[in-house]
Design a protein around this ligand. Structure first.
Ligand code: ATP
Ligand code: MG
Length: 555
């Protein structure tokens, strides 16, 4: 397994607990798990949980399971099961042993339910949903017992068997734990453990017509797998009472008794993380799919050019705590920028091209130039680029007149073409619409990779691509998907979508990029980090992130 450990990891309360548990001898080694429900694609919030669970296992030489919490077949699908495995592996983690499924334990869950029934701790209840809600009470009002609460154990046993054998219709009855109808913790007021669902399951087919509830299945799955530290997000704080109650009342399958600890979930500004809302974006075709590069999904970020290392680094930067907060997008972008600044090969692309003709350069000549792949890292080698009488530069890099702050090409003045010569703009031509069509320049042949001999200073440097060998390409420039920091809170979150979240440009790249590998990010000098799209057959480059932070107020 890859070693992602860094020497100085930030510590946090979960590490403190683990340190104590190992020091006291409570556990010899630790076992964690990542337990996604296969009802959607993983997002950046899941990446936080993955990095925590797999990261702790790595650091403490323990183990981490991947377990599909697949107890709700109506919403689950094999497409999600597969995408989740792909995403976890891409992030650089390996689960211990085989992939687990809660559904592997359906028979055991059933036997434990029977154990509770036999102990008089669970009963089959025939109240309908509305009645159950009414009996449950409220935060200020205690609940009242179901009329089925005191059915004798032997009778409940037969009823549960009948449930399992298809003897009841959906909604006709449920199995409930017998705990405390006056508990201040609502989930302790005789929670449902099993319901009837005549549903085909992606793993167990039609073997079952009763399915366990999450709270029942989760703690027992942890216990079966010997999980020591069961880490989940804060909204499960109350459910911990139920988690413990169930494990306290069954014959544990293992010497290890798992404990649940909660940490705060990741909320990221300008995006949504709820699976329901992500589904809605996909279903309503507001994005091109789960892996649309604007989506906060792992597959979307990957397609956008984010690297696994940058997402792991992001998880490290945001840390683990119990404080609920919103994380700024700039923290995520800084993580990928810091990675790509060091590791991304450099290249030149012109997104908004205009033709430059260098009139004193010999006609028909094409010169080869060897430019560094990375200016600060010689070991990355050189790349071949070309120079000739015709090149493309960006329209925005030319002005007829400008003050001295404009360090680009100005009529009558000089600028350096990156990695090549100094040119001077002599005149220009507009088309019939008054749009800039061609810039005519001269070049100084003695300035390839060196300053002018006469000591004159040329400060500006612009990027360019030689015209005859330039390869046409499309550039997809992404911005935040929503125009407000907390779209989840908006009454209609679709109404606050950013209409300019995707802008498409057509231009040119260096010939060396004609076979660019998908998902591998380049720095297009002065433009930002881009990677080739992994879906379009043509040359489409997604902008991962700009060169500078444009999110912070003062940037
Ligand atoms: P839902 O329950 O609505 O389907 P979920 O986001 O809770 O969605 P799960 O598949 O249950 O999805 O999540 C798997 C694991 O990832 C859980 O342990 C959960 O706590 C964790 N997780 C989910 N969202 C976040 C988040 N935003 N930040 C950190 N961890 C998260
Ligand atoms: Mg969940």
């Amino acid at each position: 397994m890859t070693d992602h450990t860094t020497p100085e990891r930030a510590t946090h309360f979960i590490r403190t607990i683990i340190d104590e548990d190992l020091a006291s001898g409570l556990h010899q080694s630790i076992q964690t798990r990542f337990p996604p429900e296969p009802n959607g694609y993983l997002h950046i919030g899941h990446a936080k949980s993955i990095c925590l669970n797999f990261g702790l296992a790595l650091d403490y030489q323990g183990q981490c399971n991947l377990r599909f919490d697949d107890t709700n077949p109506a919403k689950e699908d094999m497409e999600y099961v597969e995408s989740i495995q792909r995403d976890v592996q891409w992030l650089g983690f390996e689960w211990s042993g085989e992939v687990r499924y809660s559904s592997n334990y359906f028979e055991q869950f059933y036997q434990y339910a029977m154990e509770l029934v036999d102990k008089g701790l669970a009963y089959v209840c025939f109240l309908n949903m509305e009645q159950q809600r009414e009996y449950r009470g409220t935060l200020t009002e205690v609940g009242k017992p179901s009329p089925y609460r005191d059915t004798p154990a032997a009778e409940n046993r037969q009823l549960l068997e009948k449930m399992r054998n298809g003897g009841f219709k959906e909604g006709e009855c449920v199995l409930r734990a017998k705990i405390d109808m006056s508990s201040p913790i609502m989930c302790m007021r005789d929670p449902i453990l099993y319901r009837v669902r005549f549903q085909h399951h992606h793993q167990t087919g039609d073997a079952w017509c009763i399915y366990p509830m999450y709270d029942f299945a989760h703690c027992i799955s942890d216990a079966i797998e010997g999980v020591t530290h069961s880490l989940c997000t804060l909204e499960f704080q109350d459910n911990r009472r139920l988690y413990d109650w169930i494990l306290d009342n069954i014959t544990l399958p293992n010497a290890t008794r798992p404990r649940q600890y909660e940490f705060s979930r990741l909320n990221l500004e300008y995006t949504v993380m709820s699976k329901r809302k992500l589904h809605q974006l996909v279903d309503d075709k507001l994005v091109s799919g789960w892996d649309d590069p604007r989506m906060p999904t792992i597959s979307g970020l990957r397609r956008r050019g984010y690297t696994p290392a940058s997402l792991r680094d992001f998880a490290e930067r945001i840390g683990i705590s119990k404080v609920d907060s919103f994380t700024e997008m700039s923290i995520l972008e800084a993580a990928v920028r810091d990675d790509l600044n060091v590791n991304a090969p450099r290249s030149m692309a012109v997104l908004n091209p205009v033709k430059v003709i260098i009139e004193n350069y010999p006609e028909g000549q094409v010169e080869s130039i060897h430019a560094p792949v990375h200016p600060q890292n010689e070991a990355m080698g050189k790349r071949e680029i070309f120079f000739s009488r015709e090149v493309y530069i960006d329209r925005d890099d030319f002005r007829e007149e400008a003050n001295k702050h404009f360090k680009r090409l100005v009529l009558g003045k000089e600028v350096r073409l990156r990695n090549a010569y100094i040119i001077k703009a002599e005149r220009f031509e507009n088309d019939e619409n008054g749009e800039l069509k061609t810039i005519y320049c001269s070049y100084d042949p003695d300035t390839l990779g060196k300053n002018p001999a006469d000591g004159r200073k040329v400060k500006g440097v612009i990027h360019w691509v030689e015209a005859s060998k330039a390869v046409p390409a499309e550039f997809h420039l992404y911005d935040r998907l929503f125009s407000v920091p907390n779209p989840g809170k908006a009454e209609d979150f679709e109404a606050v979508l950013n209409p300019d979240s995707l802008v498409i440009k057509k231009g040119f790249v260096e010939p060396g990029l004609v076979d660019a590998q998908a998902e591998l990010a380049y720095q297009f000098e002065r433009e930002g980090y881009f990677c080739r799209d992994n879906q379009h057959p043509g040359l489409v480059f997604n902008r991962t992130v700009g060169l500078r932070d444009t999110w912070s107020e003062n940037a």
